[in-house]
Structure formats: structure tokens, C-alpha cells
Design a protein around this ligand. Structure first.
Ligand code: SF4
Length: 692
């Protein structure tokens, strides 16, 4: 029996786990006293390891490389030599015929680890010579990075997860932490027990709303209007911190010019929130000695999401709630290594360490370190993962190399995504399971899973944490970075690493923000938050000390924008709004949690659609009836979950089911800046399948 320390592979809280391993099987997961988790785990932390031992997997584990030589043919098992030779030659052929930007690659925000992501973006930029590298955080947290970068100069969460319970006021907007991040929900509960005021803004009566001092039950699709109304009250009632705003921010006049038209009374018909409640909420927020603004995908999965993030961070700027302990802003990420994927530069606009691809000096630095000609480096921002369908159908992207992502399950408007992938000449999928995307691949490259390799993850509060290998892998699989290195070498760029640490050290040398975080130091301290610029630096629990922001002027930028309506409205044919949400027992595309026996038993296919009891009554639908849910893009089967916690006129589904995947219904209307789709709002109808 051995005990290995690791980090949970599911959400961005980064709970540390001790895996008890016997005969190459994980028999138990215990708490390992992590900084963010207080020795607690949620369901996924307890039971989410079973996919590694489960002998009755719903989805086959990929255990050997396979090629489909003809589009209509079957997968043929091949040797690693043949898989690498074939993939390298096809990628080179496409690059030579159509140029480097005809190939799209992805990193992985899940179990692959930071080292694999670093190597993937190096492969894209240094070998393929394209900035077409992205990750699935594009569909969830991208707007937070873009918005915070704009107002504060840094796209990451400004505070620490462990700080949340010490804040005296929590403004929680579009964030159902009880389902998305139960260990954060625990911190919220502790804050409440410590006397903090809790303000929840959410159309549903979510768990957090039950313990809130104020629940502002806004209408779906009007976030910007409510955030503007908040700003209006802060200025109109002189609740804002004048001295702080004068000293540390810019743009107050332009901000007021927008929010002056958004008095709570003027937008009450739109937001559905009584003006009195909006005013009271802001009085509470402004009066608190410390306040934290938290949001989730209820903010970021709209086509006006970056604006709302900028607006929410402006509330913290107006009240001086940045640059000191127990205050701050941010989104806790959905998947465990979203922050790491960003940190490692699997983004089309940034090298690792948040260095711009459009800066010639930065390109030169990376080119020199990687031993390539700087003139070969792509100097333009690359394509986003959500743009693949349109670019593929326009013939601009010919090949995709997908590592540890499942866009054919997680992207909006799956019919469109399938069409896009169908238009590609060549698809390579590197994964642990036969996902929906893997089913459409030309080459399958099987990899080690979380538990079978080591590395570093970054949790949502910028904390780097090492995770250990616990098991010997099953089958003829290789580590992600090992496969990428073999491909690079076969394509004429020799790439050899002996271990993860060597990759980490190469990355550190190129990234001043991370330089001080060594493997040894992480081993001793467990959790080190960047910036950590030198070897003696202890890490940074909260950003913007002395309220000096990372913007060119050093001041925070106040921002407001007029509200824009979602792209699609309910009508007589599709009278309800569909909003996608999370299921507490499952994660991401569900390839891992869906193969864990205990988690499967919690909620099985075809999933459910949450519907208000009055709406259900009008439609003649009873609890647990099978129903059709349809939009202009598709139709899926689901089970009705009738509840009074749901607001009228809107239904809610998780996007994680394989049968009844609600992304068949969602739309690909993208935020103009982050290119994140509006999966929180489209028009649908719900019909009972048959009378019982
Ligand atoms: Fe912690 Fe998130 Fe894992 Fe749950 S899923 S144990 S909250 S890291």
C-alpha cells in the first residue's frame, strides 16, 4: 500500500487529495490538508477517481494508437512509430499546402497539467508556426480574463479562495457555487457564520440564495442592466469611496455618462428586480469594511460577458475593495486547470506568463530560447476554439489537433460544430477516452490519465500545486508531452525532455511571473500563488498591493456599457428561455465522472430539464415526465424536474449528458471580444412525449 499526494482533477478549487493505492488500484481518496480545501472534498473529490479502476466503463478507454486511413473507414490499431510518422506527415503536408494557420491546436484545461500545455503551445508556435492554440476555457471563463485584463491589468482572480470567508460582504453574481464548487460554497457559509452580508444575484432560487441577506432574482439576460444600476446607486447616493476613486482609478466621468441612465427605477421593468432592493443591496455592499465580488458562468456565458465582468470589477474599484486582504474580484474556474492553461499560454494571443504574441521583443525571446528563427513566429493573434466551425467550413482551417478536450460535447450548437469538424481534412485527438470528438478523428493518440502521470496544476486563485503519479498506466499509452515531443521531432524539430521538471524549468526561465516557483519549493509549501518573481519570494495571496494596478497608467479603469439584449428571444414557436447549468456530481464533458460508478448512480441519462411548476402545469408536464426540448437548432429528450426554485419562463439543463446534450439546442452567438458563446440564453419549447 502506498500514499500519493495529488490535486483533484475536477474543479478550479484545487483540493489536495491523498490517494491510497494498493495493487495498482486507488482504494481510497483522503484529504491532504490543502490550502484551499480545509481538508474537505466534495462528491467528485471522494468518488471521481473510479474511472481509473472501473472495469465497466460506459466509454471505452483508449489504450493504443489508432488510425482511420479513409474518412469512411474503421479505426485500425497501429504502432506508435506508425501513428507518429503518419500524423507528422499529414500535418506537414497541410502546413506546406495551406500555410501554418490552416492548423488549429488545443491545450487542455483538465488533467494534462501545465507541462503538457506548455509543450503544446511550443509545438504550435515553434513547429507549426501558428498562434492557433486555444483551450475549452474559451466557452466558460474567457470573458473574465479579457474583462479583468482591461479594468485591472491582470486577468486572474485578485484574491485567494481561503480569503473568501474573511470578507464582510460577498456579492455573488450568476454563480451557483453549491453545484459548481461545493468547497467554495463551504467558505461562503463560513463567511455567513462569521457575520458577512451575502447578496446573491441569480434568476433561480439557488442554494446560496437560501442563506443570503438579499436575493436579487433578476430576469435572465439582463446582467449588464443590473450591474449598471448598481454603479448608478453607488454614485447617485454618494456611496462610493471618493478618495480611492480619485487616487487609484480613471474614467469616472465616462462611467457616469453610461450608468446615469440606469437608475434602478428606470430598469426595473427590464431586470425584474424592485428598485428598492437594488438600492438596499448597494448600501449594504458599500458599507461593508471589506467586500468580495464573485461571479460564475451566469455572467461569462453571454454574448455581452466581457462588458459585465468589466462592470463588476468597476464596483470593486468604486468601493476600494481591491489591493488588500479579504477583498477582491474573480471567477472560480470550472475545470481544474483552466488557470494553468492560461498561465502556460494555450491562448491565441499570449505566450506563457501572459506575454503578448504581437510584441516583437517577446517573440524574439521565445524564438531564441527554442532555437528557431524569429521570422518564422506567427505575429498575429490566432483563432479561437469557438471559431473552428466557421473557419473550417470557409476552408481556412484544414486540420485540428485536439488534446484533452471534447468540443463535440462542450461547444455551443453541436450541429454546427459537427458540420465544421466534418469539413476538416484531418483531425487528431489525444485523449484518455473515446469522446464524441474522438469518434470523428482520423488519428487517436492514447494518453496517460490524471493519476498516471505527474506535473503541476494551477488552481483558480493562481496557486501552483504539484500532483504525483499514483498508478502504472493501463495499455500502450504515453504522456501528453512525450507524444507532442515525438511529433515535433518527426516534423524536423528535435524535442526531447527527460521529465516534467525539465519542462517546468524551461518555462520558468521564460516567465518572470513564475520564475520563483520551483518543484522543490512547491514540494515544501504545497500551494504557491503567482506572481512569484524570485526564488526567495513566498508568492502573492492578493494582487495590486497599494492599489497599484497592472494597467499602463497604474490606475484601475472604470467601465460601463449600454445593455444589449441576447441574440434570440422567446416567441410563439419557442416560448421559453433555455439556460445551461452545472450538475454537482459531474464535470466538463463528463468523460471522467460519467465513468465513475458512484457518480453515475447519482444522476443517470437522459438528464433533466428544470422547469417551474406553473410552466409545467400549463404544459401538462409532471415531475419526471419524459419531454422533448427543442430549439431552432435541434431537439433532445430529457426528464422534467419540476421545481418552485426555478423562475417562470426559463428552463435549465446541464450540458454534460451524452443523451439529450443540451448543446444541440444552444447557439453560437459569440461575445465580440472573448468569442465566448451565449450558452445561457436561447429560445426553446418543451413538450411532453406521451401521456402516462
Ligand atoms: Fe474540491 Fe472541486 Fe474536487 Fe470538489 S471538484 S473536491 S470542490 S477540487
Amino acid at each position: 500500500m502506498k500514499k500519493m499526494t495529488t490535486v483533484c482533477p475536477y474543479c478550479g478549487v484545487g483540493c489536495r487529495l491523498r490517494l491510497i493505492v494498493e495493487n495498482n488500484k486507488i482504494i481510497r481518496a483522503e484529504g491532504a490538508g490543502g490550502v484551499t480545501d480545509q481538508n474537505q472534498r466534495c462528491l467528485k473529490g471522494y468518488y471521481g477517481r473510479n474511472f481509473l479502476n472501473n472495469t465497466r466503463l460506459l466509454t471505452p478507454r483508449l489504450t493504443r494508437p489508432m488510425i482511420r486511413y479513409e474518412k469512411s473507414g474503421k479505426f485500425v490499431p497501429v504502432s506508435w512509430d506508425e501513428a507518429i510518422r503518419y500524423t507528422a506527415s499529414r500535418l506537414l503536408e497541410i502546413k506546406n499546402a495551406h500555410g501554418p494557420r490552416a492548423i488549429m491546436t488545443t491545450g487542455s484545461s483538465r488533467g494534462a497539467g501545465n507541462e503538457a500545455n506548455y509543450v503544446m503551445q511550443k509545438f504550435a508556435r515553434g513547429v507549426l508556426n501558428t498562434n492557433n492554440v486555444d483551450c475549452c476555457a474559451r466557452v466558460c471563463c474567457g470573458p473574465s480574463v479579457a474583462g479583468l485584463q482591461e479594468t485591472l491589468g491582470n486577468g486572474a482572480m485578485s484574491n485567494s479562495i481561503s480569503d473568501i470567508e474573511n470578507s464582510r460582504c460577498l456579492l455573488i453574481f450568476g454563480y451557483n457555487c453549491a453545484d459548481a464548487h461545493p468547497i467554495v460554497a463551504r467558505r461562503v457559509l463560513k463567511a455567513r457564520q462569521n457575520g458577512a452580508k451575502i447578496i446573491v444575484c441569480d434568476p433561480r432560487r439557488i442554494e446560496t440564495a437560501r442563506i443570503a441577506d438579499r436575493h436579487l432574482q433578476l430576469n435572465n439576460g439582463c446582467n449588464m442592466a443590473l450591474v449598471n444600476a448598481f454603479g448608478h446607486v453607488l454614485i447617485d447616493e454618494q456611496l462610493y469611496d471618493r478618495e480611492y476613486v480619485e487616487k487609484h482609478t480613471e474614467g469616472l466621468e465616462a462611467y457616469w455618462q453610461i450608468v446615469k441612465d440606469y437608475s434602478p427605477e428606470a430598469v426595473e421593468h427590464l431586470t425584474g428586480v424592485p428598485a428598492r432592493q437594488v438600492r438596499q443591496a448597494m448600501r449594504t455592499f458599500a458599507a461593508a469594511p471589506s467586500a468580495t465580488v464573485m461571479w460564475g458562468m451566469g455572467v461569462t456565458q453571454f454574448a455581452q460577458s466581457v462588458d459585465v465582468v468589466r462592470g463588476l470589477s468597476s464596483l470593486a474599484l468604486l468601493t476600494g475593495n481591491l489591493g488588500r486582504p479579504n477583498v477582491g474580484v474573480g471567477q472560480v474556474h470550472g475545470q481544474n486547470n483552466v488557470q494553468g492553461a492560461y498561465d502556460m499560454g494555450v491562448l491565441p494571443n499570449l505566450f506563457p506568463g501572459y506575454q503578448e504574441v504581437t510584441d516583437p521583443a517577446v517573440r524574439k525571446k521565445f524564438a531564441r530560447a527554442w532555437g528557431i528563427d524569429p521570422s518564422l513566429m506567427d505575429d498575429k493573434v490566432g483563432a479561437r476554439i469557438t471559431e473552428i466551425p466557421h473557419l473550417a467550413m470557409a476552408g481556412k482551417i484544414k486540420a485540428c489537433y485536439i488534446m484533452g478536450e471534447d468540443p463535440l460535447q462542450t461547444e455551443a450548437d453541436l450541429g454546427l460544430v459537427r458540420q465544421g469538424f466534418g469539413a476538416l481534412d484531418f483531425v487528431v485527438v489525444q485523449d484518455i477516452f473515446m469522446t464524441r470528438t474522438a469518434e470523428m478523428a482520423d488519428v487517436l493518440l492514447p494518453v496517460t490519465s490524471w493519476g498516471e502521470h505527474d506535473g503541476v496544476f494551477t488552481c483558480a486563485d493562481r496557486g501552483f500545486q504539484r500532483f504525483e503519479k499514483a498508478l502504472e498506466p493501463a495499455g500502450d499509452v504515453k504522456r501528453d508531452w512525450e507524444i507532442i515531443s515525438l511529433l515535433a521531432t518527426a516534423m524536423g524539430y528535435p524535442m526531447r525532455y527527460a521529465n516534467s521538471q525539465q519542462i517546468w524549468d524551461e518555462m520558468r526561465e521564460l516567465c518572470p511571473l513564475f520564475y520563483g516557483v520551483t518543484y522543490e519549493k512547491m514540494g515544501d509549501m504545497g500551494h504557491i500563488q503567482w506572481p512569484c518573481p524570485n526564488l526567495d519570494h513566498p508568492g502573492t495571496p492578493w494582487l495590486y498591493a497599494d492599489s497599484r494596478f497592472d494597467t499602463p497608467s497604474g490606475r484601475g479603469r472604470l467601465f460601463a456599457a449600454p445593455w444589449r439584449a441576447p441574440a434570440e428571444s422567446p416567441d410563439e414557436h419557442f416560448p421559453l428561455v433555455l439556460c445551461t447549468v452545472r450538475e454537482v456530481g459531474h464535470d466538463s464533458c463528463r468523460s471522467m465522472t460519467g465513468n465513475c460508478a458512484v457518480l453515475q448512480a447519482l444522476a443517470d441519462e437522459p438528464g433533466y430539464v428544470q422547469i417551474n411548476s406553473e410552466d409545467a402545469g400549463t404544459l401538462g408536464i409532471r415531475h419526471h415526465d419524459l419531454v422533448w426540448v427543442s430549439s431552432r437548432r435541434g431537439k433532445v429528450i430529457s426528464r422534467a424536474d419540476v421545481s418552485d426554485c426555478i423562475n417562470r419562463g426559463t428552463v435549465y439543463m446541464t450540458w454534460q449528458w451524452w443523451v439529450g446534450a443540451c448543446n444541440e439546442l444552444t447557439q453560437n452567438n459569440l461575445d465580440p471580444i472573448s468569442k465566448t458563446p451565449e450558452t445561457k440564453y436561447c429560445a426553446v419549447k418543451v413538450e411532453q412525449i406521451a401521456d402516462r
